[in-house]
Design a protein around this ligand. Sequence first.
Ligand code: PMP
Length: 361
Amino acid sequence: MTVMPRPSILSVEPYVGGESKVPGVNRIIKLSSNEGAFGPPPSAIEAIAANAREAHRYPDGGATALREAIGARFGLDPARIVCGNGSDELLAMLILAYGGEGTELVMSAHGFMMYEITGRWAGCQVIKVPEKNLTADVDGLLAAVGPRTRLMFLANPNNPTGSILPQSEVERLRRELRQDVLLVLDSAYAEYVTRPDYDPGQKLVDATPNTVMTRTFSKIFGLGGMRLGWAYAPAPIVDILGRVRGPFNVNAAAMAAGIAALAEPGWIEKSIAHNTEWRGKVAAAMEAAGFKVWPSEGNFLLVDFGDGTRAKAADAHLRARGLIVRAMGGYGLPQCLRVTIGAAEECQMVIDALTDFSRNG
Ligand code: PMP
């Protein structure tokens, strides 16, 4: 007889990502996971290599040095930081601690898909709220809250749409949201944002007892493969996360790489400048080619080809040239492809391929 898992597990489709091969194509350009355009910072590569000599040692389970480095870089109290094996792990820890069977989790219809996947396997009822113009709708999110709601997730900027809520709207959301609902501000793309009024969540975490901010080293810091994220939370929530956290959840090489990346001179500035320039160039070229591009504050663009068939054809056209982007069918946006802003040459290849597609595809 087959051993059965909890029924909610069967409602989850396995996450598919990180694809890096196209049969018959030798040179692959991977622009499907919003990884940093420049690869890992050189000092992080050295730190990872140096760390190999200590691979027989368990890492510091409290991630003390890393938390201190994050605290110093962002002006935060290290005691209020929790590190995770990617921010995905922190999202899961929050859901395990505050959600589960009998609770509801509220998110935007096209919010980051791990909220739904993790929420479901944890047994939460996941409520997806329609957006306005692919941007989170604060009134809709508030209206969706019911007596069983315990968690609300907002990625700002959001992946895959690239949309952002003005600071005043994020503050209104927290103000009008019931106090016993934990608001998780997922700021994975915070560093790329150029809006002057933007706060990644630090202010709200400091001002309220029920807001958490999550961040990652996977995007601008170029360390997706190391799996490193962190959360900033009020002290009682840090205490709770400490109870659900695995003993050595972040590995030693990742911690060393993170500390090095934070100290890499000019890295963030250089990355923002590149991203802003090439995001603009790719968007302009897509529009000139006749495709709709959603405004983005992240290191990616959501390109709308009008219908699923045309998006599939565009995807095939890109793949034949070794360019892997992200199809959006799994997000309920089959007419779109999400394109990461890679290195200059890679962006130019996308521009050339899709311009060619618009003429001949
Ligand atoms: N949140 C958002 C909005 C993301 O786009 C991603 C990565 N795709 C994550 C969280 C997870 O990042 P990681 O686990 O690599 O830190």
